[in-house]
Design a protein around this ligand. Sequence first.
Ligand SMILES: Cc1cc2nc3c(=O)[nH]c(=O)nc-3n(C[C@H](O)[C@H](O)[C@H](O)COP(=O)(O)OP(=O)(O)OC[C@H]3O[C@@H](n4cnc5c(N)ncnc54)[C@H](O)[C@@H]3O)c2cc1C
Length: 287
Amino acid sequence: MIPAQFDYVAPTTVAEALTALAEAGDEGKVLAGGQSLLPILRMRLNSPEKVIDLGRIAELREISEDGDSIVIGAMATHDAVLRDQSVAQHAALLTRTLAEVADPQVRHRGTVGGALVHADPAGDLGAAALALDASFVIAGQGGATRAVPASEFFVDLFESAVGDDELLTQIRVPKHTGWGAHYEKFVRVVHQWAIVAVAATVRVEGGTIAEARVGLTNMGSTPLRATAVEQALVGKPATDDAVREAAAAAAEGTNPPSDLNGDADYRKHLATVLTRRAVLAAAGGAA
Ligand SMILES: Cc1cc2nc3c(=O)[nH]c(=O)nc-3n(C[C@H](O)[C@H](O)[C@H](O)COP(=O)(O)OP(=O)(O)OC[C@H]3O[C@@H](n4cnc5c(N)ncnc54)[C@H](O)[C@@H]3O)c2cc1C
């Protein structure tokens, strides 16, 4: 199908984009990589009067280091972040997760910011952002900027903390240098959305798990942290038996969907299996 007619603007600064958003009011929609928005427009599930393309705002594509953080511009593509050496060195979980997002074509067009604002619970990046305690920088009207922790960013199904007249500008990821990382994604067909997936990153000291972070994909209306597993892992040896025991708590507090790919109980079982695999693989890769 062809989208309904809309006006198109392509500002070159964040300030111009915010002004265009304010002028459009309820009728404005931001375009990033278009991998989720364009199908929505084509199916006429949304018919904005004005589309504001962020593609010409160079500063939003930058990836840099700032002290203890990696700073990722919202418009950096999946592919650019996947290939970035500082991300691989200091936030390996993100690299591992991005390698599992869709296919090369989508990764070249789709942006990390767009995927996170879209807040699809089956999207891969939310669990990694949660596990890494990322912080989201949001620009609002009148030059206001706020930082929202990952724990508050994902509000509900397809709803993030970014308001209609705001822009996500940066994702700040605390460095996890030397931590092992793995993203275990369960799909029936390669390149599909996760039925369930687990993002795990651990710090191992002398064969013992000193710190652990575990995020869950598609186990509720938002990405979730498996805090019971994280707590159970600390101080345990990175062995199959110990990790299996801790991973048994992976579905605690979750509310996964039931659909043609599997019912909620199946997903809860999957979460324990995938958590064990993800943590063991992460521990195996820790410095
Ligand atoms: C065939 C296919 C397979 C896919 N498979 C996967 C997969 O396996 N795993 C996965 O995680 N994802 C998958 N995706 C989605 C992909 O990751 C998209 O890139 C992502 O969902 C949207 O990113 P985008 O840059 O294309 O955003 P867009 O589609 O342009 O925008 C998405 C939404 O975010 C808003 N938005 C975008 N950027 C900003 C911003 N900076 N500030 C405020 N609002 C903003 C838009 O207004 C829109 O509402 C797939 C997509 C396709 C087409």
